[in-house]
Design a binder for this molecule. Structure first.
Ligand code: ZN
Length: 279
């Protein structure tokens, strides 16, 4: 396997802490040699999306993923409909950006609920509906399983097999554009990981590969992800797994960290560029 170079990588803009406008971020990411960018909806609020898409193209970048869906489960039919409409709006933005996938962070328990089974039951229906919309727009969906510590408040799809089961439920013959985002941070601990990656590859379902590191100890459930190489995830082995499973897309660097988000963007981007060569 060839060493990873920045051109094979994407910067998820959350890594840079949303400190600068998207136009500056695009130029910074490109000037450090990265091949792609994964922007967030919050950065594009008030922007002319087609102009941003043009800027990304002109900078020589691709949008490998667009972040991200809001929750699918909700406590009433009206709220589910409102969530669906918001997700459809995000999908239209993803289409305008020519994003290679739209990331689904499916949602946890609806407010006031303790019924995780019902939340999970709502997902297949909601996802099937969203997939029809996504197909009409030509945007693949990437369901991202999140570490179980987020099951209550962010995403009740918590392992790779679990996400693949959901994909199979809405797309039994693996003919539609729905798959998974494999985020090292969320799945590295899973004893079924190797098997899950192979299954995802066999179904042509690996839409994205996200990297960062798991720090020991982890001080904060959300904002203490590590720079690649600073923690305990065997990223090289994981990259090998996804590559052997047929994934040919970029490795997306996605580090939610109150440390890296406050460091200046040049330092963060330089460090990312240097660290990926060791993966
Ligand atoms: Zn991720």
């Amino acid at each position: 396997m060839k060493p990873l170079v920045p051109q094979d990588c994407s910067i998820n803009t959350a890594t840079l802490g949303f400190k600068a406008p998207i136009s500056i971020i695009i130029d910074d990411v490109a000037s450090h040699g990265f091949g792609a960018i994964a922007p967030w909806r919050r950065e594009l609020a008030g922007e002319e999306i087609r102009a941003v898409a043009r800027h990304v193209r002109d900078a020589g970048l691709k949008v490998n993923g667009y972040c991200r869906s809001g929750p699918i489960p909700a406590s009433s039919a009206e709220q589910r409909e409102a969530c669906h409409q918001e997700n459809c709006k995000a999908l239209r933005e993803a289409a305008e950006l020519e994003a290679q996938c739209f990331v689904i962070v499916a949602g946890g328990l609806p407010k006031g609920s303790r019924d995780i089974e019902s939340a999970r039951d709502q997902l297949a229906d909601g996802l099937e509906r969203l997939l029809r919309e996504a197909e009409a727009l030509g945007v693949p969906l990437a369901v991202e399983p999140l570490h179980p510590m987020y099951a209550a408040d962010r995403c009740c799809i918590n392992t790779l097999h679990h996400a693949l089961d959901l994909c199979d439920a809405v797309d039994p013959d693996a003919s539609r554009k729905i798959g998974v985002a494999i985020d090292a941070y969320h799945v590295w601990w899973d004893p079924m990981l190797r098997d899950g990656v192979a299954r995802a590859g066999a179904g042509n379902r690996i839409m994205a590969f996200h990297i960062c590191d798991w720090l020991v100890p982890t001080r904060d459930l959300l904002m203490d992800r590590g720079m690649m190489g600073d923690g305990v995830i065997r990223l090289h082995e994981m990259r090998q797994m996804v590559t052997e499973a047929g994934y040919r897309g970029v490795a997306e660097i996605e580090i939610f960290s109150d440390h890296w988000q406050t460091v200046d963007n040049t330092t963060t981007l330089q460090t990312c560029a240097e660290r990926v060569s060791k993966i």
